[in-house]
Design a protein. Structure first.
Length: 656
């Protein structure tokens, strides 16, 4: 047997199916086998493989998640091929990829392992396709940005070998575990993947062991694959930073010695802190940057209104407001307006007009009411607060209009434009894709027309409203002329190789790409999968250990605060005595602050009963509401912010 392909899967069912379909196309002309190890996925991956691929693959269904290295070793132990390929499930291979790899390795008997050119879901070259050994200095240049500043330098650009032409074949040192084509004989000699690496780092370790054993690793540019980088492993998370760099420390302790090892480990630990800090700052800016900016804008506007009112209305003949009004109360006013904007949903997309009007009004009412109750600030003009509310409306409409203009090309965010897409395909298959988008998928787009792979004498229109825009060889002009945002390729009408070539040729355009696999009822893209509403299998965030931990932290903090403020607020509860006992049960982990409407539901992640539920998110309830659907939505989309929103809206009903 020529080739054994080993794929480790964990909860990426649709990417895996697309990968297996591309592998099936590429298996012609030689004898091979496909071994899939599933690490206890809960998204229906195993059912999909048994139903759609049956005996075409060998499935090893683990009852736990032993990690990437152990799972791959399970497959390697039963592999029969002269060559073994470790392949990520979030990849798509060209039809001739395996054949070209086999031919190259047959022609280079010194080769221990081989990697290929990888591009991401947007057609951009992935630099990890070729890498050097991450020695202390190579890592230092990468961590502190020298590699990015001087990519063509042989000294500074070693990490990703950026000074080597990606369109040519090269001997290299380190391969990517996303596609690692290895000679079985050499693999038996150096040993399998080191199982001390749970995830990440095992590809670097294995590549280095090939070189230490006297073999050469190669980068093959003659074929390419798509790697939807970050789909099978979320690389932006703090957990990724921790696990990846811990793997680098294991590598250093294993292969380096003396001061070299200590220097490497010190640089790695520094990198962990820098990346973790950068990740935290990025999240904070992404989540709170917009509200903070608007708070500042509203404050500055209020300050300007105050200055005008002070000089031309209130104190015409002299005098001024006290200093604390400008630097204490006015910032508080701005925070109140932004708080009401947040509670009204003004920071959720798509933007809507109603929250931008109502939030400043309620903010004005709240400020006016509170200021009237306290003598020290009673005399501060409500005219300033009223004008601030009006200008808050103007500011929030302007900022959201600007964002919408940048993202959608229109300032009026209440009329946000759908994505303008074209389908690349042929004949009946285009009709299938059009019907899929219009009928089964939750994917509202404006289908501008069809780009034919090749011109046919008899044009078979997929739909009377769908126009033929032209042929594939003029796609660049079509994108520009019709102002397209996205291209959807039909993998039944086009080979994977031609799709990848097209993406590569258009890599300088600001266009998104998606692929419809043959006979599939879903669309795959780099950031999302659009699935049929009839066959959707979705995992639940409440199954994740760190998510459940955050929910428990929220319960403890919120119940503790409500217990501390109970002497001040107890008359506001609908049933004060019951509220106290229920809050104590949350604090002692007997109940959740927010739980399911139907706690006994068996097909959802288990939760204790809750004081509140998704029904409390709305002002009223309806007997026609799909309450079980609300529970599924809560389990699937859970964020601690949902619990906070529900608590703010319904805290008085605790104990009711």
């Amino acid at each position: 047997m020529d080739l054994s392909i080993i794929i480790v899967n964990y909860n990426v069912k649709h990417f895996l199916e697309q990968c297996l379909l591309s592998v099936e196309k590429a298996m012609g002309g030689f004898e091979g086998e496909v071994i899939v190890i599933d690490n206890n996925s809960v998204d229906g991956s195993q059912e999909m493989m048994r139903k759609k691929f049956g005996d075409k693959i060998t499935l090893i269904a683990n009852t736990d998640n032993p990690g990437f290295s152990k799972a791959n070793n399970q497959g390697i132990k039963i592999a029969k091929g002269r060559y073994v390929l470790l392949l990520n499930p979030d990849t798509v291979v060209e039809e001739q990829t395996f054949r070209k790899c086999i031919d190259f390795m047959d022609a280079h008997p010194d080769g221990g392992a081989l990697g290929v050119k990888m591009i991401d879901g947007e057609g951009q070259f992935l630099p990890e396709s070729k890498r050097a050994l991450p020695t202390p200095w190579v890592s230092f240049y990468k961590i502190f940005g020298f590699a990015k500043l001087f990519p063509q330098s042989r000294k500074f650009g070693q990490y990703h070998l950026t000074y080597l032409d990606k369109e040519e074949n090269h001997p290299i040192e380190i391969l990517s575990g996303a596609f690692m084509f290895m000679r079985s004989e050499a693999l038996e000699k150096i040993g399998y993947l080191d199982e001390d690496f749970f995830m990440y780092g095992e590809d670097i370790d294995l590549s280095y062991r090939f070189i230490k054993a006297g073999y050469q690793n190669y980068y093959l540019s003659d074929t390419q694959i798509i790697h939807y980088k970050g789909e099978s492993t979320k690389k932006g998370s703090l957990n990724y930073v921790r696990v990846f760099y811990q793997a680098m420390i294991i590598f250093a302790q294993k292969h380096f010695g003396g001061s070299r090892k200590q220097l490497f480990i010190a640089s790695i630990r520094l990198a962990v802190y820098m990346r973790a800090l950068a990740a935290i700052l990025h999240r904070m800016v992404k989540r709170f940057g917009f509200p903070i900016l608007e708070t500042l804008l509203i404050f500055l506007t209020t300050f300007g209104i105050k200055s005008y009112w002070e000089h031309y209305v209130k104190y015409i003949e002299g005098g001024a407001y006290p200093v604390e009004f400008s630097y204490l109360y006015m910032p508080a006013y701005a925070l109140v307006f932004v708080l009401f904007l947040w509670l009204a949903g003004a920071y959720q997309k798509p933007f809507k007009l109603r929250p931008l009007v109502m939030a400043p009004i309620w903010g004005f009412v709240a400020i006016a009411t509170v200021t009237y109750m306290f003598d020290p600030i009673r005399n501060f003009s409500r005219g300033i607060v009223g004008l601030s509310a009006v200008f808050s409306m103007v500011i929030t409409m302007a900022t959201r209009g600007f964002i919408n203009w940048r993202e959608h090309g229109t300032f009026f965010f209440t009329e946000s434009r759908s994505k303008r897409v074209a389908i690349v395909g042929q004949g009946a298959d285009v009709r299938r894709v059009v019907d899929l988008i219009k009928g089964e998928l939750d994917y509202p787009v404006d289908i501008v027309g069809v780009v034919e792979v090749e011109r046919s004498d008899e044009v078979e229109q997929p739909n009377q409203q769908i126009e033929r825009l032209g042929e594939l060889n003029r796609l660049s002009e079509i994108i520009q002329f019709y102002d397209l945002n996205e291209i959807i390729f039909s993998n039944s009408s086009m080979t994977t190789e031609s799709i990848l070539d097209t993406m590569r040729d258009l890599r300088d355009t600001e266009i998104a790409y998606k692929i419809v696999p043959p006979q599939a009822d879903y669309i795959v893209g780099p950031q999302a999968i659009h699935t049929s509403r009839y066959s959707r299998q979705i995992g639940f965030r409440l199954q994740e250990a760190d998510v459940r931990w955050r929910k428990q932290v929220f319960d403890s903090v919120s119940s503790g605060l409500l217990i501390l403020t109970y002497p001040l607020l107890f008359l506001l509860y609908q049933r004060p005595a019951s509220a106290w006992s229920r809050l104590w049960q949350v604090l002692t982990r007997q109940q959740h602050m927010v739980g399911y409407i139907h706690p006994e539901t068996e097909d959802l992640p288990p939760l204790k009963s809750g004081l509140l539920s998704m029904l409390d998110r709305a002002k009223g309830t309806s007997k026609d509401l799909n309450t079980k659907g609300l529970d599924k939505y809560y389990a699937r989309q859970y964020r601690w912010e949902m619990d906070l929103e529900i608590l703010l809206k319904a805290w008085r009903r605790i104990g009711g």
